[in-house]
Design a protein around this ligand. Structure first.
Ligand SMILES: O=C(O)C1=C[C@@H](OP(=O)(O)O)[C@@H](O)[C@H](O)C1
Ligand SMILES: C=C(OP(=O)(O)O)C(=O)O
Length: 425
């Protein structure tokens, strides 16, 4: 197994330009495939999750051309008329590919099988499949009930009233919303349970609007998509920087800046994870906000107690910032960390203890009290990009650390460690 020995970093400063947002890249690629005509997508992320979506679209007969560094795409929309693939679609561990494709292929004219990495087969999808089956879809579980892989027999779907459980993942509702304009009648979606990760629904509604489809959101309790709307190409669309990826640089500056200028997200961002910068202000960082960039400087850091349900990805970064904050940090209402790339609650607790932190792992929360001095440890990353990136904060804070399997960052940020080096003094 590859290991990265990260030497203690004296200080961080400089400028970074964020890669494109994963959440926006995969939504935009799929909607561009569903409309007629060409869409030019700029600042597309090039990472494993996006490659899985691009490969799936290619297997479905969608013509996508890429520039040499794969950050501009020209997608020829098919109006949803896909060709029958000859093999199962392999979607890696990309939730943003697997869930929306499940819904869109359920209402197509083709039959498909969707598979992924072993971990994808442990990530639940039953809430989405239940809702689609209620609307008349034909989806079969090929292994365990409620989990991928899936066999989907595409059918026309009328729409109508449907209830979806929103308590485990917002991606199920995102998927249903993205497919709703393909149904022949109005679709009225009611939410069962407390909807998690709400800002990702705002991203979905925002992007659907850019492609000409209106969703009516009644306080995240119910959603209405009127029939007769179809996706229209915006011709050209720019992917903003990834706000979850920004969290590592916001945190780095807060721990040991120097000033870091982070280009690609700011007050204009449609991504909920931008609020991580507000959390870091509460922790003690100095943040200057611009429409499309943030400038962050070190502060005197103290632990906070937050409900992180709205920012599940960026909140992981707070767990390693906690190592350098005074007193206890509590991150609450994050049960669904357990069903992502790994059981992130268990994994973060285990790895934080290795460096000496005192950790309480609750059913849906984690509490971290920093050690007096950080111990050198080998950090296992569980094929989870965010664990690798989060633990680089130990080096930023001035301690050596070993990161096992550092290439797992390729899921969303293949150049992460190179970028960190450019701001390290
Ligand atoms: O819709 C999206 O783009 C995402 C939604 C979130 O998942 P959940 O809704 O499962 O929390 C987030 O963790 C994931 O990285 C991306
Ligand atoms: C949870 C994540 O990914 P996915 O889109 O596969 O759910 C993530 O990127 O942290």
């Amino acid at each position: 197994m590859e290991q990265l020995f990260l030497k203690a970093i004296k200080g961080v400063s400089g400028c970074v330009t964020l890669p494109g947002s994963k959440s926006l890249s995969n939504r935009i690629l799929l909607l561009a495939a569903l409309c007629e005509g060409e869409t030019q997508v700029d600042n597309l992320l090039d990472s494993d999750d996006i490659r899985r979506m691009l490969e799936a679209l290619a297997a479905l007969g969608v013509d996508v051309k890429l520039n040499p560094d794969r950050t501009t795409a020209w997608v020829q929309g098919t109006g949803g008329r896909f060709t029958q693939p000859t093999e199962p679609l392999f979607l890696g561990n990309a939730g943003t590919a697997f869930r929306p494709l499940t819904a869109v292929l359920a209402v197509s004219a083709i039959n498909t099988e969707l598979t992924g990495e072993p971990r994808m087969n442990e990530r639940p999808i039953g809430h989405l499949v239940d809702a689609l089956m209620h609307l008349g879809a034909d989806i079969k579980y090929l292994a365990e009930t409620d989990y991928p892989p899936l066999k989907i027999t595409g059918l026309p779907i009328k729409g109508g009233e449907v209830v979806i459980d929103g308590s485990i993942s917002s991606q199920f509702l995102t998927a249903l919303l993205m497919a709703a304009p393909l149904f022949s009648e109005d679709t009225h979606i009611k939410i069962k349970g407390e909807l998690v990760s709400k800002p990702y629904i705002d991203i979905t509604i925002n992007i659907m609007k850019r492609f000409g489809v209106e969703v009516i959101n009644s306080d995240y309790q119910s959603f209405y998509v009127q029939s007769g709307q179809s996706y229209q190409s915006p011709k050209q669309i720019m992917v903003e920087g990834d706000a979850s990826s920004a969290s590592y640089f916001v945190a780095a500056a807060a721990i040991n800046g120097g000033e870091i200028e982070i280009n690609g997200v700011g007050t204009n961002s449609v991504q909920g994870d931008i609020d991580f910068a507000k959390v870091m202000e509460a922790v003690g960082a100095k943040v200057t906000w611009y429409p499309d960039k943030l400038v962050v400087e070190k502060g005197s850091l103290k632990g906070v107690d937050i409900d992180a349900n709205a920012i599940p990805d960026a909140a992981m970064t707070l767990a390693t910032v906690a190592l350098f904050a005074k007193g206890k940090t509590a991150i609450r209402n994050i049960y669904n960390w357990r069903v992502k790339e790994t059981d992130r609650l268990a994994a973060m607790a285990t790895e934080l203890r290795k460096v000496g932190a005192e950790v309480i792992e609750g059913h849906d929360y984690i509490e971290i009290t920093p050690p007096d001095t950080i111990k050198l440890a080998e950090i296992d990353t569980y094929n989870d990009h965010r664990i690798a990136m989060c633990f680089s904060m130990v080096a930023v804070g001035g301690y050596d650390i070993i990161i096992n399997d550092p290439k797992c960052t390729h899921k969303t940020f293949p150049t992460y460690f190179d970028t960190l080096e450019t701001i390290s003094n």
